[in-house]
Every structure is written in C-alpha cells, then in structure tokens.
Design a protein around this ligand. Structure first.
Ligand SMILES: Cc1ncc(COP(=O)(O)O)c(C=O)c1O
Length: 417
C-alpha cells in the first residue's frame, strides 16, 4: 500500500481539484483583479482601488486608546466575547445612530461583524434559498453579488440614474414578477454615495421604496458605508429611518470612518432577524475581534468619531474636486460621468460600443488603471462603463491619471469613427 503511494507520488502530482466541493469548483478569480494586481506594484496611476487613504487613519489616537484599553480593560479586550459583540460598543453605536439618523434604539438591536462584508455573507446564509429572487441595483457593489451568489439566488437588476435606483422601474418589475407567481424576498441597496456610481437615492424614492416593500412583502438590506463622507449637499436620512416594521436590515462599518484593518462593522435590525444571524455567526467566528471592538467603543463613546469625520471630509474633498475638474477639462465629447456629493467613486459612461474591459490593457500601457464596469452588473450586460476612485491618489496624480485616460478614450473613439 505504502509502496503504491510512493510510486504514485513520484509519477503524478496530486489531483488537487478532485478534493474541492462543487461550490468551490464554481468559484473563479476575476481576470481583472489579476491584471490590477500588477498595477498596484508598478508606477501606474491607479484609480482602480477602493481603498481609503492611509493619511486619514488616526494613528496616534488609536495608539492612545489601545494603551488605555490594555491598561484598564485587558480582561475583556483580550478575552473571547459574545457572538453579538461587546455590549458597551453596541450601546454606544445604538445611541450614535439614534442621534445621527433618528433610528430609535428601542426598535433595533445591533450585532457586531468582521466588516459589513461578513454581514452580506450572513444575510445570504439566513435569507437566501436557491432560486429566491434578490433585487439589486444595476450596477451594484461587486462583492455583494459575489457573497449572495454563493447561495444561488435569481438576481433581478433595476437600473440606476442620478437619484439612485429607478423606483418606477422597480414597481414595474415587481408587478411582472407577481404576475409570474414569483415572490421577491430581498432587495439590496447601497443607498448613499453608492459603490460603484457615487449617486444617492433621493428622499422621495426612499419613501416609495419602503411603500413597495410593504406592498410586495420583501425586506430591504441597506448597506451604508459611505454616507458620513459628504463633501457637498444636504444629508438625507437612511431608509432605515423610515422603517417602523423592522423590514430594513441596516449595515454600518468602521472601514471608512476609522480604519478598514480593524475589520469591524455592524448590523442594525429587528431583534428577530438579529437572533437568527447571531446563530448563523456562532459557527463562523465564535465572536468578532474583541480588542478591535474595545478600541472602537472608546472611539465612539468618547466622541472621537464625531470629531474625526470632518477631518476625513477635509482630506477627501479636494480629491473629489480635482477629479471632477480634470474630467471636465480632459474628457472628449460623448463621455458622461456622475458628480457625487460624497463617498469614494465616480462612474464614467463611454460612448456605446466601447468595451471598457478591452480598453483596460491600453490604459495600463499608458500608465493609468480603472475598474471596468461590467462586473458590477449582475447580468454583465453593460460594457461601456468604468469606475474611478478619488480617495487614494493625491490631487496632482488624479489630474494626470484622468488626462491619460482621456487620451486613451479619445483614441478609442477615433479608431471607431
Ligand atoms: C458597498 C460596500 N459594502 C460593503 C463593503 C465592505 O466593507 P467592510 O470593510 O466593512 O467589510 C464595501 C467596501 O468597499 C462597500 O463598498
């Protein structure tokens, strides 16, 4: 037996693939991500990433808070915690959300997670049966599509415009689905400064969406990592603010208002929903990183969050302005883009017929990178869009990057003429 094994080892390599589950075999790395990996290591100006600027991380403050936590609360901060999370932090967040967004503490429960990305997976586990209809924005956050896809839903896409999801089209689609005897289970929206478009769902549409959810009996997942990064315009309350039934599952995160490396986010939802997600989470991680939670607790409780947000805004606003100015200055006719009041992204639409995925290699050879828009669509039906990030790269580089990109697009338009 052993001899046979040795012979086998010597003659042929292990058949690694044969060990994977069906689900794992379906997983594929995106070819774009592979290309963009090269970009991050060279001197190409990358407008592709989705990273906060490290200059916005309050390093000294985190150092001080950590020292305080380790001096005074090490017993809890270094111990296992409950699956739902560190209670003082959950309370501090509930108070903050009540004050900031008018979401009554008494109506929700908060569970801490390892970034809102974990919440998306938990939602998939707890709510999605194979074939369930999940409504998403077109385009939407790519990694939400990936997280939900694992649970085999049927995605229904609703187009977007400058005021967010087209609620009129949603209404038509809901009617059509009902006629076919199909029930929508869940709708996912990044309501404010959306990733990837940067647009915000208007107040009117938020209210209408809640009405439709009531009429057609589905739940709303409101993913809101960006609303605090507002550089212009007036704040709009989250959809959760208008929810008096527990129909909206709200996702928050410290990734853009403190530091993504802490891997800390939260779900604010009806206790009934939280309970099931808590059970689902028990077997995944037992509990969320307790040291990180203790740090975040002091950050919120002692008022640092409210003080730090304006500093982040002050840092990003000139970058947003630089990108919009450069687009205005350099982009050829026929190219359109969004003008976000906040967040991290601008969405560009090229003249029809230009495939931004095919164009990427040319852009990279000219020294600029972006994310082609196709992957942000559940059905990959749109080819002529791309996403630009303005938070990571300094203003001069943004300007130079947009100039290079405009040249590539111009060549593309010319070669088609
Ligand atoms: C819309 C959206 N949701 C969720 C996430 C994941 O964030 P976290 O770092 O909290 O997991 C991101 C990250 O970029 C995002 O853009």
């Amino acid at each position: 037996m052993r001899k046979k094994l040795e012979r086998k080892l010597a003659s042929e390599p292990l058949n690694f693939e044969s060990f994977f589950s069906e689900k794992a075999l379906q997983m594929k790395a995106s070819e774009i991500r592979e290309l963009l990996k090269l970009v991050e290591t060279s001197d190409i100006i990358s407008l592709a990433g989705g990273l906060p600027a490290p200059e916005t991380f309050p390093v000294e403050l985190i150092r001080k808070i950590t020292e305080d936590v380790l001096t005074n609360h090490a017993d809890k901060a270094l111990q296992y915690g409950t699956t739902k999370g560190f209670t003082p932090l959950r309370l501090a967040l509930a108070r903050w959300m009540e004050k900031r967004y008018g979401i009554p503490m008494s109506k929700v429960e908060i569970m801490m997670v390892a970034g809102s990305q974990q919440a998306l997976d938990l939602i998939g586990r707890v709510f999605i049966n194979p074939g369930d209809v999940v409504v998403v924005e077109a385009p939407t956050y790519l990694a939400a599509l990936q997280a939900f896809s694992y649970y085999d839903p049927e995605f229904v896409s609703v187009p977007m415009d400058h005021d967010g999801m087209r609620i009129d089209v949603l209404g038509e689609k809901l009617e059509e689905l009902e006629r076919k005897g199909k029930r929508v289970k869940l709708l996912y929206t990044v309501s404010t400064f959306q990733n990837p478009m940067g647009v915000t769902m208007s107040l009117e549409r938020r209210k209408k969406l809640i009405e439709l959810a009531r009429e057609y009996e589905f739940i709303i997942v409101e993913d809101n990592p960006y609303s605090e990064l507002r550089y212009s315009g007036e704040p709009i309350p989250p959809i959760k603010h208008f929810d008096d039934e527990g129909r909206v599952i709200y996702l928050g995160t410290f990734s853009k208002i403190l530091a993504p490396g802490l891997r800390l986010g939260w779900i604010s939802a009806h206790p009934h929903f939280i309970r099931k997600m808590e059970i689902a989470k028990q077997s995944i991680d037992l509990c969320t990183n307790t040291l990180g939670q203790a740090i975040a607790w002091k950050y919120v409780e002692d008022g640092h969050l409210d003080k730090h947000i304006p500093e982040i805004i002050e840092f990003y606003k000139p970058r947003r302005d630089a990108m919009l100015k450069a687009l205005e200055e350099f982009m050829p006719e026929g190219v359109e883009w969004t003008r976000p009041d906040g967040g991290m992204f601008v969405w560009v639409t090229l003249p029809g017929g230009i495939d931004s995925k095919l164009m990427l290699e040319k852009a990279v050879s000219k020294g600029v990178a972006y994310v082609p828009g196709e992957a942000f669509f559940a059905h990959r039906e749109v080819k002529n869009t791309l996403r630009l990030n303005f938070t990571y790269v300094p203003e001069e580089k943004i300007r130079e990057g947009i100039k290079r990109l405009a040249e590539v697009i111009e060549e593309e338009i010319r070669s088609r003429a």
